[in-house]
Ligand binder design. Structure first.
Ligand code: IVH
Length: 683
């Protein structure tokens, strides 16, 4: 029997962890470093392991659980999930507002303005303060039970203390509705990963969110970093509910107070909201966020305006599918329909050929778009587009415009000219190759000028060496005139060189030189990323810098050692070794060093508990993804390799472990489970 003390200790830890999850995931304002948080979590996991009878579903350790057994079960909504009517212009919005005034018979009406988040709406049911169900909107009446995936989203509270609910004026049973979304950064990262592994990419964060929420494997959902914003609270109708909107009106008088109560209860409520006293203030909010839209970490497609007062909301009621008391003002579409006049081929830094649609110029969200990417041959086939076709083009956040769909109706005749990849590089005339099993075609000429241009552009770009002013126009001139023949040449450019170029005055030349000088201070990971090694993106560069601590050690590392680095598999390791086995590339690094670049970083301190021990992971672990387990072992100084040999010290086996387990048994290698691995770590 566990003593009361252990139970109290566990509860205290959980509360502490919940508090830090809240600080981190809801407020974006952590109080403690990640390592300290991990330590608390490990402490809790250890105690729960020793006292499995004390594990509860709302424990912070229980976010990633088993997969739903028979796919997703259909669930009826407590109250229908309605959608909103849209307004596309100031005129339409004004006429909605006039109607609200007329119907209400009041002189002044207050409105709540909220950003219209571009994700998918979800309903979360709580009973006794605990999350029991997450349901998609579905057709509005019936949705799908996606609880196991929703639980992995860290801004969704698994439980709310009853005391907190009481203070906020809420009952223990209630339903919260809001928007699930994928932040742009997570979206980009996910697509980069998918591209790296040869998988198809998601068109936009909204589709990615929907795809992720409907994943059958919750551990995948957990990795993809979704976020949830609450905007509606419904009192639970335990008596069965007549369908009458028993909205939060029972507990609150208005939308504004309801949002604040959700906020106080620990839900993530968008801080970008406003209480408007009149139409002018509504219009100001709309204008303000239209301008700042690009600065948000997620995509929005408009502003939702709601009548604040619940009494008035009831009075206004509903039309068929939407409330009269709310409306969505949609920002100018960031998609447009236009004609593909031609399909060109762009040569990237790695020699990759990207088909690009040359479009009949079309205004989309404030700019004129005349080019859109078609990604690769597979995508062209998937879309089924030919030159002369009409297509839909989308422009999201700071992403390159892309062709999303073929428009084929009576107003838009089909094109006839099929596109084929050229047999020679359109820039240098070099040979083109397609590696078996890969989607992409590449120019194999190492000296292709397009590669040089793109390599320099990449090196100078914002996330890399951040050399302001070294954009398209300047780099094209520098490379065409032979002033820059490789990355190191950037640091040899003189003022006279710059002044000899078109449209370059003394002041801008000096600015560029200052920027180049400044870039020398950037840390090792930026330089690694800047080298343009195939498959080495921003994250991998970061891991490499942390692992090796300086460029020399990285340059001399073999494939096996490279594979010890987080997220580096055989393919990346091979590519890095190939890169540094080329004498020209090694010379390049020496030249960068001579120019005074920082080729040292901060080596991450590693533990020594598992120093010298080699592990192999196999099967599905109960609470950890392989990457997480790998990181834990490595952080403790151990190594994780891919195959079992006599040199392996431990095989960590989860459920459905296959041949590696058999091999371990055959060789007499110690086989342990996740719990035993944790024990080794905590000894
Ligand atoms: S209120 C009855 N508020 O927009 C009221 N919806 O076009 C229903 N959405 O299905 C929704 N942000 O997915 C509301 N702040 C917000 C919203 C929002 C995004 C989405 C939601 C809804 C759709 C309606």
């Amino acid at each position: 029997m566990p003593s009361e003390r252990v139970q109290q200790q566990i509860e205290k830890l959980r509360e502490e962890i919940r508090h830090h999850e809240y600080r981190y995931y809801v407020l974006d304002d952590p109080e403690i470093p990640d390592a300290q948080f991990d330590a608390l979590m490990n402490q809790l996991k250890k105690l729960e392991k020793e006292h499995p009878e004390l594990v509860t579903p709302d424990s912070p350790t229980q976010r990633v659980g088993g997969r739903p057994r028979e796919g997703f079960v259909k669930v009826r909504h407590s109250v229908p999930m309605l959608s909103l009517d849209n307004a596309y212009s100031e005129e339409e919005l004004r006429s909605w507002e006039r109607r609200v005034h007329e119907l209400s018979g009041r002189k002044s009406v207050e409105f709540v303005c909220e950003l219209k988040l571009d994700g998918m709406s979800l309903a979360l049911r709580y009973e006794g303060g605990k999350l029991v169900r997450g349901i998609t909107r579905g057709d509005g009446t019936t949705g799908e039970d996606v609880t196991s995936n929703v639980r992995t989203v860290r801004s969704v509270p698994l439980s709310v203390a009853l005391e907190k609910l009481r203070k906020a004026g809420l009952p223990a049973g209630f339903e919260v509705r809001g928007e699930m979304l994928m932040p742009i950064a997570s979206f980009k990262r996910m697509n980069e990963e998918r591209e790296k592994h040869g998988l198809s990419v998601f068109a936009n964060p909204r589709n990615a969110t929907a795809g992720t929420v409907r994943q059958l494997e919750p551990s995948i959902t957990a990795q993809r970093r979704l976020d949830f914003f609450a905007y509606i609270l419904i009192a639970s109708q335990e008596s069965g509910g007549t369908g009458a909107p028993a909205r939060a009106a029972i507990f609150f008088d208005n939308q504004w107070n309801m949002l604040n109560a959700l906020d106080a209860t620990g839900f993530k409520v968008n801080p970008r909201r406003a209480l408007a006293k009149n139409f002018d203030q509504v219009w100001e909010f709309i204008g303000q966020w239209e301008e700042k839209r690009e600065t948000l970490p997620y995509e929005i497609d408009g502003v939702v305006i709601k009548v604040n007062d619940f009494g008035l909301q009831r009075q206004l009621g509903f039309t068929g599918k939407a409330p009269r008391w709310a409306i969505a003002y949609k920002y100018a579409a960031r998609a447009g329909i236009t004609l593909i006049e031609d399909i060109l081929v762009q040569v990237g830094r790695t020699g990759k050929l990207t088909p690009v649609a040359a479009l009949k110029p079309v205004p989309i969200g404030g700019t004129t778009v005349s080019r859109a990417t078609l990604h690769n041959m597979d995508e062209i086939e998937r879309l089924g587009v030919k030159i002369g076709d009409w297509v839909e083009v989308e422009r999201g956040g700071d992403v390159i415009p892309k062709v999303t769909r073929l428009v084929d109706d009576k107003d838009h005749p089909r094109g006839h000219k099929s596109f084929h990849m050229p047999e020679k590089c359109p820039v240098c005339g070099g040979n083109i190759a397609r590696t078996q099993g890969e989607v992409d075609y590449r120019c194999v000429n190492q000296k292709c000028p397009a590669k040089l241009r793109e390599t320099i552009l990449h090196f100078a770009s914002r996330g890399v060496m951040n050399i302001d002013g070294m954009g398209d126009a300047l780099v094209t001139q520098l490379t065409e005139r032979g002033l820059v023949r490789d990355i190191a040449d950037i640091y040899k450019v003189t003022k006279a060189d710059l002044l000899s170029l078109e449209r370059m005055g003394d002041k801008s030349a000096q600015n560029v030189l200052n920027e180049i000088e400044r870039s020398k201070q950037l840390p090792l990971e930026r330089v690694i990323f800047g080298l343009g090694i195939r498959f080495v993106g921003e994250r991998t560069a970061q891991f490499l810098a942390e692992h090796f601590g300086d460029m020399n050690t990285l340059m001399n590392a073999g494939e096996e050692e490279l594979q010890q680095v987080e997220e580096v598999g055989p393919r990346i390791a091979k590519s890095i070794v190939e890169f540094f086995s080329e004498p020209k590339n090694r010379e390049l690094v020496e030249e960068l060093r001579a120019a005074g670049l920082t080729l040292r970083g901060k080596k991450k301190e590693r533990g020594t508990k598992l120093a010298g021990k080699t592990f192999v992971l196999t099967g599905t672990l109960a609470n950890l993804t392989r990457d997480e387990a790998k990181k834990m072992i490595e952080d403790a100084g151990g190594k994780v390799t891919g195959s079992v040999s006599k040199k392996t010290d431990y095989v960590v086996a989860g459920s459905e472990a296959g041949s590696k387990l058999d091999k371990a048994k055959g060789l007499g290698v110690a086989v342990i489970d996740e719990e035993q691995m944790r024990e080794l770590l905590s000894k």
